[in-house]
Design a protein around this ligand. Structure first.
Ligand code: ADP
Ligand code: ZN
Ligand code: ZN
Length: 715
């Protein structure tokens, strides 16, 4: 509900703004948050109910952070109640007391200290756990985030190698800051610039090619902030929080690091939240929603891989954590550091306009150049499988030289279509009107849009023929074909299917790093964060799909993904190569990627955006609706359009007619959208906030599911 509710204060306990209270709501008792106090109410006072119980004597958030949340509610046109709800973890929503007392801390026993790699050699996980504790006590969340799991902790505890320790043991942790190689000249320049900006609001964009040592820059600046007794909030993308990241942070900083991510349980999340709020931890490392954690003495916010799509929440409260980080940094008067090898066009435009400091790292820190990208024209090739002969030959050479090869294909499963050879029928999801993907591994057909599954048919539904053939390739097929072709070189596939089991991903990455596999086949899971030192050839099996997308961000995303994947090659300074297969070698994006670095390609694409008056040079919002009955969706959006047109707006505002979404039918529902564009963000804000009450009151709004998406990532 887009409104707040009035209550009388509690008879004896004070209700402060930002605190939780229990209130009667209908027939239930609910947890509410005090957002304002007032001397009167638009409701008759005798009808108001009183607060039943006050849960917190202090506000949950400092007022500056609460103001950011209120601002976000207005900016994203999302009810304040839901925004605040989202900003709290589950325990706090339920009314639990904020406490960090539940933290489970582990340390080595004397017996544990005597163990060696030999005595634990049949259990590498147990050895890993002992190694992690060598520097001192750690909390459970930190251990599990670095690759130890609950079973291992229990097993090692049973052997009396580790024991529970008091919370104070963490304070004693004093990891000797490990010897680091000296910073490169570019790193030093960036570090000096960033250090000179501490203590006040500013935004810096650190654009550094993959392997240029961005993390090293973050760590040096963070150490400076921590030394002043201030705290750092670090956001990483959903799968960017690798055990390596955390270990590196621990080793370099030697301070207590709190964690907030989806792999933790509710108590662990609450404990980290409270410890950050009380100033007990110096660094909070987390994914998107960690942005809302109150920090007692915030000194710096870092957003790593700031271009990453996972910073945008795609349902409910559709905020962008990077954009809100700017608001928070401004409110709390601290610097914000955005880092990426492939910055978002939004951040690049801000940097170009002089609103952000632009810092660059153009050289790889450990030496070596970025690999050259070359396109292989598939039109002239006889294809004996998913990969063409020139690609297979290049792979042979790299493998013979004892290197690893990474083959990237952003499509899971064996084939995206299963087709009848006799009549052309294909297996299609009835709820999405899209072909099913055939997963040979699971012997299932799977719809990647609505997640439904069915067994693989043995016969054509239409003519009864048994000649069903796969069309197109997915990672499973690529893996099979490569293993058949390169019998002497072990192949591993890394995608969402091969890593379903908990820990499977870390395990596979580990095996790859130890050189166990020579050929790596994978989806974009492979593009992020991990160092594979022996990879010298990256093959991109199919870029053509991206060339036909209707989304205006398609080019930006393709360049980011290809640059990130290419960055996996030559990490240890070897000469490396990137080959991409395409039927359209003359396509401008394909041409540019071969001859220009990311920032130059981005420059060109940004001027196209400017000409077309698209974000980041315009503000965009989308109203989307869906229902089983397409007519109802269209009727609703037509009425929405009429309501929007009633609002007086300046002439830079364009209200588009409703149009079907790129995937018009998904999971049985028809989906349409209506876009609103304007030169300025606040013009959109005014238009939406004036029209939304009327839109909510529409009868047609009751029979469809609909939402507003401000700054949508999908168009
Ligand atoms: P990025 O995050 O920019 O991709 P990393 O911070 O992961 O880069 O650094 C890439 C590699 O370079 C790492 O192996 C890191 O240890 C190494 N490295 C970073 N800074 C230096 C330096 N100043 N001298 C030598 N090696 C460095
Ligand atoms: Zn489906
Ligand atoms: Zn058939």
């Amino acid at each position: 509900m887009r409104r707040t509710f009035d209550y009388l204060p509690h008879a004896s306990q004070p209700c402060v703004i930002g605190a939780r209270v229990r209130v009667p709501f209908g027939r239930r008792m609910m947890v509410g948050i005090v957002v304002a106090t007032s001397d009167d109410s638009s409701w008759p006072t005798e009808q108001l109910k009183a607060v039943a119980d006050v849960i917190d004597d202090e506000p949950l958030w400092p007022s500056m952070l609460l103001d950011v949340l209120k601002w976000a509610s207005r900016y994203y046109q999302h009810p304040l109640g839901e925004v605040l709800h989202h900003a709290l973890n589950k325990k706090l929503r339920q009314g639990d007391a904020p406490t960090s007392a539940d933290i489970e801390v582990w340390q080595l026993t004397d017996l544990g200290r005597q163990q060696t790699v030999e005595t634990t050699k049949r259990a590498p996980k147990q050895w890993l756990l002992l190694c992690l504790l060598q520097d001192g006590a750690q909390e459970r969340a930190s251990l599990t985030s670095q690759g130890a799991n609950g079973t291992t902790i229990t097993a090692v505890h049973k052997k009396n190698w580790i024991e529970l320790a008091p919370l104070s043991a963490l304070q004693d942790t004093n990891v000797a800051a490990s010897q680091q190689p000296p910073a490169t000249v570019e790193q030093s320049v960036a570090i000096t610039a960033l250090n000179s900006n501490l203590g006040r609001f500013s935004v810096s964009l650190l654009e550094g090619i993959t392997g240029s040592g961005k993390t090293r820059v973050y760590l040096d600046v963070m150490a400076e902030v921590v030394a002043k007794g201030e705290q750092v909030l670090v956001l990483v993308p959903e799968i960017g929080l690798t055990p390596q990241t955390l270990s590196r942070f621990r080793q370099h900083l030697g301070v207590r690091i709190g964690l907030i991510h989806s792999g933790l349980n509710d108590s662990e999340r609450l404990a980290a939240w409270q410890a950050a709020r009380q100033g007990e931890i110096s660094v909070l490392l987390g994914t998107r929603s960690a942005l809302f954690t109150p920090m007692k003495n915030l000194g710096l916010i870092v957003v790593d891989e700031e271009h990453d799509g996972s910073y945008k929440q795609q349902d409910g409260f559709r905020y962008h954590a990077r954009d809100l980080a700017v608001m928070r940094a401004r409110a709390e008067q601290v610097p914000l550091l955005l880092g990426s090898a492939t910055p978002s066009f939004e951040s690049l435009a801000n940097a170009k306009a002089g609103r952000y400091h632009h810092l660059r790292l153009t050289q790889r820190a450990a030496g070596g150049k970025l690999p050259k990208i070359a396109a292989i024209d598939m039109r002239q090739q006889v294809m004996a499988g998913p990969l063409s002969a020139p690609i297979l030959n290049a792979m042979s050479e790299h493998l013979k030289a004892n290197n690893q090869v990474l083959v990237f294909l952003n499509r899971r499963g064996f084939s995206p279509v299963l087709l009848c050879h006799e009549c052309g029928w294909f297996a299609e999801c009835q709820r999405c009107n899209r072909p099913y993907t055939w997963h040979k591994q699971f012997r299932r057909l799977h719809c990647h849009h609505c997640q439904t599954e069915r067994p693989v048919p043995s016969q054509c539904d239409s003519c009864g023929s048994t000649q069903l053939v796969p069309v197109g390739q997915g990672t499973e097929q690529l893996e099979e074909a490569l293993q058949a072709h390169f019998v002497d070189y072990p192949v591993v596939r890394i995608d969402r299917d091969s890593t379903r089991r908990k820990d499977a991903f870390d395990q596979l990455v580990n095996d790859v790093q130890r050189g166990h596999y020579r050929i790596l086949v994978g989806t974009q899971m492979l593009a992020k964060g991990h160092d594979f030192a022996d990879v010298t050839l990256v093959v991109i099996a199919d870029v053509d799909g991206a060339l036909f997308s209707s989304d205006f961000r398609a080019a930006e995303r393709m360049c980011q993904l290809l640059t990130q994947v290419s960055g996996r090659a030559g990490r240890a300074g070897q000469d490396a190569q990137v080959l991409l297969q395409t039927h359209y070698p003359e396509h401008p994006w394909v041409q540019q990627l071969q001859t220009q670095p990311y920032d130059e390609v981005a420059d060109g694409l940004l001027s196209e955006r400017k000409q077309a008056q698209l974000p980041p040079y315009a503000a965009l919002a989308m109203i989307r609706a869906e229902a089983n009955d397409e007519n109802k969706v269209v009727q609703f959006l037509n009425e929405v359009e009429a309501e929007l047109r009633k609002v007086p707006v300046d002439k830079t505002v364009t209200i588009m007619a409703p149009s079907p979404c790129a995937m018009v039918r998904k999971a049985g529902r028809y989906r349409w959208q209506l876009a609103v564009l304007a030169a300025q963000k606040n013009a959109i804000q005014q238009l939406l906030s004036q029209a939304l009450p009327a839109i909510e009151g529409l009868r047609s709004a009751q029979v469809v599911r609909w939402h507003v998406d401000v700054d949508p990532q999908e168009t």
